[in-house]
Design a protein around this ligand. Structure first.
Ligand code: AFP
Length: 323
């Protein structure tokens, strides 16, 4: 069992060594993501200042135009992941089209990310995050991003909260690494994370409840009767991170305004669902395992309900009742 406190790079390399046929490409890919998120993390810590000085002066101390943090995060990820040479194609929630990096011709993987999830929380100092998902390059076309959640080679997120935590899986369990900012290293802090079988928190934007299907409204009303409490930050990364640690349910249902829900399948829902399932939890769009579903196009949306086994099984049972 790896030691708590192990540096993420050593952890990635030790995992690679378990597979004698591994080429090292996935390790380099993961390390590139880790580097990019460390740079984003350090800028997130400066965001309050950049906001104040940026507004006052419009330029930073180097005389450059102050970039919005979400644009900055996107640019850092695109640049570093393109330069890594491991990715044949890159899709970002911030970009309309897929990018095919010049250095990625030999790349064995494609990567999709949400560079800064919860961007409306930046100016109010609430946790934000980055989400990523890696698939094998297959056809060399956009179809590679539409293979379906169960074809993900790796998925992870970084939450920029009271500390920055890098959580990822390659399909053999889930581990979390907390950034020690004094040395700039992500260190193993949660080995083989397991979501509690059940929790007492539900996380959903209840202001949309008038537009939900009645069965969904009834389900959340029943949780209240059972003594559950509510938490919803507006940053999926933070809400799912808490759900992993404390148990319960996170949901973004469809409503009469957003018929397919709000969250993006490729950049948010499928990676977070793989992560939760790797920790022993469950994820569904209402009927079955969401990892069996495929996005129709790179920016497709889907409803999602994920979390502890007990809550998700209970939820699915109530949806089928009298359906
Ligand atoms: P932003 O990144 O545009 O702030 O959206 C965040 C998000 O995609 C997800 O992280 C939240 O769970 C969800 O939207 C919150 O959306 P509402 O506040 O509209 O319910």
């Amino acid at each position: 069992m790896p030691n708590i406190g192990m540096d993420i790079n050593r952890y990635i390399l030790e995992e690679e060594r378990k597979y004698p046929s591994a080429t090292g490409s996935l390790s380099i890919a993961l390390m590139a993501i880790e580097t990019a998120t460390k740079i984003i993390s350090s800028h997130v810590r400066m965001a309050g200042l950049a906001e104040i000085f940026g507004k006052a002066m419009k330029t930073n101390v180097q005389g450059e135009e102050v970039q919005k943090l979400d644009e900055f995060a996107n640019n850092v990820l695109v640049r570093i992941l393109s330069d890594s040479g491991q990715f044949y194609a890159i899709a970002s929630e911030e970009l309309d089209d897929v990018i095919y990096p010049e250095k990625g011709h030999e790349g064995r993987y494609v990567v999709a990310f949400d560079p800064l999830d919860g961007s409306s929380n930046i100016e109010v100092n609430v946790s934000i995050g980055t989400i990523f998902s890696i698939y094998r390059k297959n056809t060399g076309t956009q179809e590679d991003f539409l293979q379906g959640g169960d074809k993900q080679i790796a998925a992870g997120y970084v939450v920029y909260g009271s500390s920055s935590v890098f959580v990822y899986t390659t399909g053999t369990g889930l581990n979390a690494f907390t950034l020690d900012p004094s040395v700039g290293l992500f260190l193993l802090s949660h080995n083989d994370m397991r979501i509690p079988e059940s929790g007492k928190i539900y996380s959903v934007n209840e202001s949309n409840s008038k537009g939900w299907d009645k069965r969904i409204r009834d389900y959340f009303d029943a949780l209240k009767d059972e003594g559950y409490t509510a938490r919803f930050s507006g940053t999926m990364v933070a809400d799912v991170h808490r759900t992993l640690l404390k148990g319960g349910i996170f949901a973004y249902p469809a409503d009469t305004k957003s018929k397919k829900g709000k969250l993006r399948m490729l950049y948010e829902v499928l990676p977070m669902s793989m992560i939760v399932e790797q920790a022993g939890g469950m994820a569904t769009e209402g009927k079955g395992d969401i990892l069996q579903a495929k996005p129709e196009e790179i920016h497709s949306r889907t409803p999602v309900f994920l979390g502890s086994r007990k809550e998700i099984v209970q939820f699915m049972n109530t949806q089928f009742k009298n359906a």
